[in-house]
Ligand binder design. Structure first.
Ligand code: SF4
Length: 150
């Protein structure tokens, strides 16, 4: 039997992205149909609206946000760190509840990125790092990979 996975809800075709769009991935939609994957959007679970302003981690990576050493800031300069942490905690709760031991999350997102994120300058430049939800799930022993590793 396949291990249960948490997947970014935007892969399922749920229009939960900051711009109100989705990142449909057929392979992941099939996993959900078979009951192997559970779609979760940490940013919506954290209480943010859709659409919303894009946000980036400033001053570090997802693990630094969890440790209070970096913040998540939206394009207008609002501090949305609390919502991102809350969303990560809710995603973890869903993983625990469903017994998910793996996650497939959207690369480059400040919540869901696992190898690459934007660098906090809002100039389209990226850096190595992970999102806030990825960092929290990994701390709790959940294996995280991106759609690019499928
Ligand atoms: Fe997709 Fe994650 Fe962004 Fe939600 S927070 S829209 S699941 S990448």
């Amino acid at each position: 039997k396949e291990t249960k996975k948490i997947v970014s809800a935007c892969f399922a075709g749920i229009e939960c992205r900051y711009d109100g769009r989705a990142n449909r991935v057929t392979k992941i939609q099939e996993m959900i149909k078979k009951g192997e994957a559970i779609p979760v959007c940490p940013e919506q679970l954290g209480g943010l609206s859709t659409p919303r302003l894009p946000a980036q981690i400033v001053g570090g990576s997802g693990e630094d946000v969890l440790d209070g050493k970096a913040k998540v800031i939206d394009q207008a300069g609002n501090d949305v760190t609390e919502a991102f942490i809350r969303g990560a905690e809710q995603a973890l709760q869903m993983a625990k509840l469903t017994g998910a031991t793996e996650a497939i999350l959207k690369e480059r997102s400040p919540s869901c990125g696992s190898c690459v994120i934007y660098d906090g300058t809002f100039e389209g430049t990226k850096k190595a790092g992970q999102g806030v939800t990825t960092a929290l799930l990994k701390r709790h022993g959940i294996r995280v990979k991106s759609e690019e590793e499928l």
